[in-house]
Design a protein around this ligand. Structure first.
Ligand SMILES: [Zn+2]
Length: 184
């Protein structure tokens, strides 16, 4: 995997502290994350799977990990923090795989008045998840870090890339969005 230069933080949603945080408390998992998910092998390496039914809009966990100032050699697990620093997540959530049609999303808290962002990432479900289903997020990588995507979703963009940067991808001459492009 190429090193991903996470310059722009377009991949995560922000939520206002006051209006959302109090509300989210009610929807926060009371069980430890390991009681809800397990890590199993997939065709693309390890993945995170639901042990039980998880309802929509549940705040599952903070993404814990090591904050890095510089890009590591293999940054394929890294997530961009609101400050632009990188978070190298620890297991199990480091194994969250990508889908162009995800059932989870990363977010951070932001104070709407001061625009102060908490430099932490959290994971929440955006759809109901059934037992055994894989938890997936949209990596939304910048165009210069994009790699071909084989997530299999009907809405797959063909690339692991931020939808806002899709137009920056080199398009092959036959106009098929470059499935034959770029050896990497
Ligand atoms: Zn895809």
């Amino acid at each position: 995997m190429p090193t991903a230069p996470f310059d722009n933080d377009t991949s995560h949603h922000s939520y206002d502290f006051d209006t959302y945080k109090a509300n989210a408390k009610k929807h926060t998992c009371s069980t430890s994350i390991n009681g809800i998910i397990r890590v199993s092998e997939t065709s693309v390496g390890k993945g995170v799977f639901a042990r039980r039914h998880i309802h929509e809009g549940l705040l599952l966990s903070e993404i814990h990990g090591k904050v890095l100032e510089d890009y590591p050699e293999d940054s394929s697990y890294c997530m961009a923090l609101p400050s632009g620093k990188l978070l190298e997540p620890t297991a199990p959530l480091r194994f969250l795989n990508h889908s162009c049609d995800p059932n989870c999303e990363l977010f951070y808290w932001e104070d709407e008045e001061t625009n102060l962002q908490e430099d932490r990432l959290w994971l929440q479900t955006i759809r109901p998840i059934v037992p055994g289903e894989q938890l997936l997020i949209d990596y939304c990588w910048p165009a210069d870090a994009a790699i071909p995507c084989r997530c299999g979703a009907p809405t797959c963009r063909g690339w692991i890339v931020d939808p806002d940067e899709f137009h920056l991808l080199p398009i092959s001459e036959n106009g098929d969005n470059g499935a034959s492009l770029q050896s990497y």
